[in-house]
Every structure is written in structure tokens, then in C-alpha cells.
Design a protein around this ligand. Structure first.
Ligand SMILES: [Zn+2]
Ligand SMILES: [Zn+2]
Length: 298
């Protein structure tokens, strides 16, 4: 498939789960959640579109943020803070599931395109806004600094949100349940075809809400007041791979990997750790909805 420029919504569809895991392991029935797969695909989003790597709806009179954080490596030759780069913009009209603070309807994610402590990840901030309150728009964001790490400069993508049901990531299950699922899968007629980890569990790729698709051990994240934070969204390097693609590649875009084009597998051309993901967490108890982030890679 060639890259289609300017298409805003393609209506991408995830096939249903290949097996009903909750029928076999009833304790999973209460663990089913809805996630919003964003399906980023290269395009030309406008400031008024939800996007990854697109232009942000930004007030002309609001200073563009720069990074206040120290770098992972020692900037011994002296260092000017870099301007942050736009990573994601989501409007309530497209993703009403977001826990918008009162009187806001827009979420913007920006990051500093360099590695930072503690997980070798771009320093990430969010802005919650009200579209009506933006007023005069900033015409152009600052050009990314030449010292930026290219792997953190997203290629602009339009989004086509899709709601899908999912279960906890394999690494997010209690070890005892995980072992029972593995033992059960050994009796599949073709055990190479399907697995809990890759198919009914947590969707890969960029998404909002639902379960974190942990690549390594789960981490519990707390806000500054000690509240346990919830998964807000995931920004993924890769939408799916050879294994997960069997379920998660949209019906409209088959063939499956390895025959799927890289514009579909790596739509925003981001490399977070080793084809990993950045997870954002939000506090649902603090009304201003503070956000924190961490990344994992394989
Ligand atoms: Zn920085
Ligand atoms: Zn809190």
C-alpha cells in the first residue's frame, strides 16, 4: 500500500479475538477493558485535527516550552535548553474517553527530543486546554533543534480511533495465572498460531486508556500526592509485529508482517528504546490531572 496523504479517517478495523480467554479463565472476565486504538498513519493533520506529530492548537501569546531537565549524559560543553516538540494532540470530539480536567477538551503531549533520566526517555509534558479559549493561534512552532535525537522527532500522522476490548498484558497477570494460561496453550492444535500474550491481551501500538502493554515487569506509578495513577495513553514505536500482527493488523491493511510496509508498522518513525513504548499515566483523584511517564523497550 502506498502512503496516502491527506486522508483524515480510514476506518480501520481490528479483527475479533481468536479465542474467548475469559470462558476458560473466568477470573479474566472482570478484567476486560476498552482501549482506543489510535491507528496513526502518515498524513497532513491540521492544527484542528487529532494527530501524532502534527501541529498543535497553541495560543500565539503563550511561550513555547523548553526543557528544564538535565540530560542523561553530561552536557559538559554547556547546554541551552531545547524547545519541546509536538508529539500528540487529542480532542474530546475524537477521544471523549480521556479524563479531561473540568473546562478542557484538548490534550497536547510534547517532549524534549533527547534521552533523560530515569529510563532513557524523552522528557514529556502535557497541556490540557479548552479549544474555545485558545484565541489567536501560533502560526509556526519552533523548528526542532539540530541537536535533537531524530528517533524522537515524529513523522506527522492522522488518527482513526477505534474502540477494542482487551485483557491485561501477559506480564501484568499474576504469575500463577500466567503459568496456567501457558500450560493451557500447550494443548492448542497449532500453538504457534495464537497466544494470550500476543492476541487477546493488551493491544500493541499507540492507544488511549485500557491496559498498558507492559514489555517488561509492570511498574506502579504514583502522583506527587501518593495516589496510584492510571494508564492515560501509550505512544508506541511500532503498531504491531510479526506475532501481534496476526490479530492486531487492521483488516483493511493486510498482508500481515513481514509483508506489511514500514509506514504501517512504524507510522510516526519513532524509536523509543528498542522499538519500545512510552506510557503516560494520569492521576484520576487530583482534579488538575497530573501526568507522569515511563518507557519500556525489549
Ligand atoms: Zn531535555
Ligand atoms: Zn493525585
Amino acid at each position: 500500500m502506498s502512503v496516502v496523504i491527506g486522508v483524515v479517517s480510514m476506518g480501520l478495523t481490528t479483527p475479533s479475538t481468536p479465542f474467548d480467554v475469559a470462558a476458560v479463565f473466568p477470573e479474566l472476565a472482570s478484567q476486560r477493558k476498552t482501549t482506543v486504538r489510535l491507528h496513526p498513519r502518515r498524513g497532513r493533520p491540521a492544527t484542528t485535527d487529532s494527530s501524532i506529530g502534527g501541529p498543535l492548537l497553541w495560543p500565539a501569546d503563550e511561550p513555547w516550552p523548553v526543557c528544564p531537565e538535565p540530560l542523561t549524559h553530561d552536557p559538559s560543553e554547556g547546554w541551552d535548553p531545547l524547545p519541546l516538540v509536538p508529539v500528540m494532540q487529542l480532542f474530546a470530539g475524537d477521544v471523549p474517553e480521556l479524563p479531561f480536567p473540568d473546562d478542557t477538551d484538548t490534550l497536547q503531549v510534547l517532549w524534549c527530543p533527547l534521552d533523560h533520566e530515569p529510563y532513557f526517555q524523552p522528557h514529556t509534558i502535557v497541556r490540557w486546554r479548552k479549544t474555545e479559549a485558545v484565541g489567536s493561534l501560533l502560526i509556526e512552532a519552533p523548528v526542532p533543534d539540530p541537536d535533537s535525537d531524530d528517533s524522537y522527532l515524529p513523522t506527522a500522522c492522522v488518527l482513526s480511533p477505534e474502540r477494542v476490548e482487551e485483557y491485561p498484558a501477559g506480564w501484568g497477570l499474576p504469575a500463577e495465572l500466567r503459568e496456567r494460561i501457558w500450560a493451557w496453550e500447550e494443548d492448542f492444535p497449532n500453538p504457534d498460531d495464537w497466544s494470550y500474550f500476543d492476541h487477546p491481551s493488551s493491544a500493541p501500538g499507540s492507544k488511549v486508556s485500557g491496559w498498558v502493554r507492559w514489555i517488561q515487569d509492570p511498574v506502579q506509578v504514583e502522583c506527587g500526592k501518593g495516589h496510584e495513577m492510571a494508564h492515560l495513553l501509550t505512544i508506541a514505536s511500532r503498531e504491531f509485529d510479526i506475532e501481534t500482527g496476526k490479530r492486531w493488523a487492521p483488516i483493511e491493511e493486510r498482508p500481515l508482517p513481514p509483508h506489511a510496509p514500514s509506514e504501517i508498522l512504524y507510522p510516526a518513525d519513532l524509536v523509543i528504546q528498542d522499538a519500545g513504548s512510552l506510557y503516560l499515566f494520569v492521576c484520576l483523584e487530583c482534579p488538575e490531572r497530573p501526568v507522569d511517564s515511563l518507557s519500556q523497550g525489549s
